[in-house]
Design a binder for this molecule. Structure first.
Ligand code: ADP
Length: 483
């Protein structure tokens, strides 16, 4: 890996402001080539406890700073992230696989949360309320929750960390992060920059561990009484487990879990714009995002033309290692991901779907899969009920608006939905009827730092980003003064 600043490649965890090893280590590999990139500490409950203690020790002084003082350090971190965007993107592509251009985009997106919450931290306004009797005064303060834990996934190795850590730090909380086992190097590079930015020791800690160690670290983060809040992004299955583990100590939780995003194209849509939106929403990060379109519902009048145009665009996608020039789609994260995608396609074909393009493992081998479009998909198929998390666009045909809404809502998930239509009344009707936390209307990419990201139903609890995101790290305190 060629870095301008080799100091960003860290092979130790970051606890109490010290680069820390462990008795064992595990290997981080490049999913495009299998190449060995680094060995990082394989930590467990003991190290997680040490990190929690460090965060607890750092809390009083950090909490006592003003929002403006904390903002100065956060701002410096933001600037350092942006100044090192190329190296961070190189590290990310190496361990995660996404094309370099996408990795750069993610670094900028990750940095945007640090900038945004540096600013929001200065605006943690309380409230005053007119009392019901003349001899009382009522004031509401907002105070940091305390020590927070963050468990993050591999698909956005930088942004899922900053989207949690930046609001927590801005609010005056201290944090312990457990990054995904596949992508610790991006997390550690961010910590190196945080250290340079001047966060006091213990304010942010990163504990790394292999897949086998994740439950040990997670067990400590969820059971330790010092931790007041857990924020998790990952699968619904693990989210459910962590929520249960947080129950005995009644921790606050934010969960950003799986999705099963419908992408609806109505007859009155601009079909070319819908194809553009579908390409962006479906094939970004090789289909490995929780807001990727999982089901494309297309009204019968434009079904054929949409399918033909989409398949032509998908056939032209260039597959390769993310570090190669002009690549649109990298490898899948691991063999299990590849097998799931393959199984979804096989199941659809067995139940009557048709391949318009792709459909198989890519000739490059490894975990590469062909960008795929399937037609004649029906609700009985697995790809209709489960998140495929790969570069497969299944096309469903529908007759009218009511059927589209019923199909779209027929899932236990409720993260993102998208639809393309031009009739203004329809736009309002459908936007209101979709049971989702986020709805893209005539657009396929909707996430940014100023808007609230999050889901309903089994897609999660809470919101990240926006002015709402910092509230997740604050407690209300009501003061009643007798005068
Ligand atoms: P994905 O399917 O995206 O890999 P996971 O939910 O398995 O999603 O992983 C998301 C994060 O949760 C990763 O950091 C992973 O290590 C962590 N994780 C997985 N299982 C557990 C567990 N039992 N306890 C704590 N963390 C876990």
């Amino acid at each position: 890996m060629q870095l301008r600043d080799p100091g960003l490649l860290r092979e130790r965890a970051f606890v109490a402001g010290i680069w820390t090893g462990a008795a064992a280590a595990y290997a981080v590999r490049n999913p495009a080539s299998g190449e060995h990139l680094a060995d990082v500490p394989d930590m467990g409950a003991t190290e997680a406890r040490r990190a929690i203690d460090a965060a607890d020790a750092a809390l009083p002084a950090w909490r006592a700073l003003t929002g403006k003082e904390r903002a100065t350090i956060l701002r410096r971190w933001f600037e350092l992230i942006m100044a090192n965007i190329d190296d961070l993107a190189t590290i990310m592509t190496s361990e995660q696989g996404k094309p370099l251009a996408e990795a750069r985009g993610e670094v900028a997106y990750a940095a945007s949360f640090v900038e945004w919450f540096a600013e929001e931290g200065k605006r943690v306004y309380g409230d005053t309320m007119p009392a019901p009797t003349g001899d009382r005064r009522i004031v509401v303060l907002k105070q940091p929750i305390g020590v927070c834990a963050a468990i993050t996934p591999w698909n956005f190795p930088a942004a899922m960390i900053t989207r949690k850590v930046a609001p927590a730090l801005a609010a005056g909380c201290t944090v312990v992060v457990k990054p995904a086992e596949q992508t610790p190097l991006t997390a550690l590079a961010l910590m190196e920059l945080a250290d340079r930015a001047g966060f006091p020791a213990g304010v942010i800690n990163v504990v790394t561990g292999s897949a086998a160690s994740a439950p040990l670290i997670g067990g400590e983060l969820t059971s330790n009484r010092v931790v007041r809040k857990l924020s998790f992004t990952g699968s619904t299955e693990v989210g459910r487990l962590l929520m249960a583990q947080c129950a005995p100590t009644i921790k606050k939780i934010s969960l950003e879990l799986g999705g099963n995003a419908p992408f609806i194209v109505f007859d009155d849509a601009d079909v070319d714009a819908a194809v553009d939106g579908a390409m962006a929403s479906k094939y970004r990060n090789a289909g490995q995002t929780c807001v990727c379109a999982n089901r494309l519902l297309v009204q019968e009048g434009i079904y054929e033309s949409f399918a033909t145009k989409l398949a032509a665009r998908v056939t032209a996608l260039k597959v390769g290692a993310g570090s190669e020039e002009g690549v649109n789609q990298g490898p899948l994260i691991d063999a299990a991901a590849l097998e799931k995608v393959e199984a979804h396609v096989a199941d659809a074909l067995a139940k009557g779907a048709r391949i318009l393009t792709g459909g198989r493992r890519h000739a490059r081998g490894g975990t590469f899969f062909e960008p795929t479009v399937l037609a004649d998909v029906t609700p009985e198929m697995r790809c209709s009920r489960e998140e495929t998390f790969g570069p497969v666009a299944p096309l469903f045909r529908f007759r009218d608006e009511a059927e589209a809404i019923a199909l779209a809502n027929a899932t236990e998930y409720g993260l993102a939905a998208y639809f393309y239509a031009r009739d203004v009344s329809r736009v309002w009707r459908v936007a209101e009827a979709l049971e989702y936390g986020m709805v893209g209307i005539n657009v396929g990419i909707i996430a940014n730092e100023v808007a609230p990201f999050g889901g309903v139903k089994q897609s999660g609890i809470g919101r990240e980003g926006s002015r709402y995101g910092i509230e997740e790290y604050l407690e209300l305190k009501y003061l009643c003064l007798a005068v």
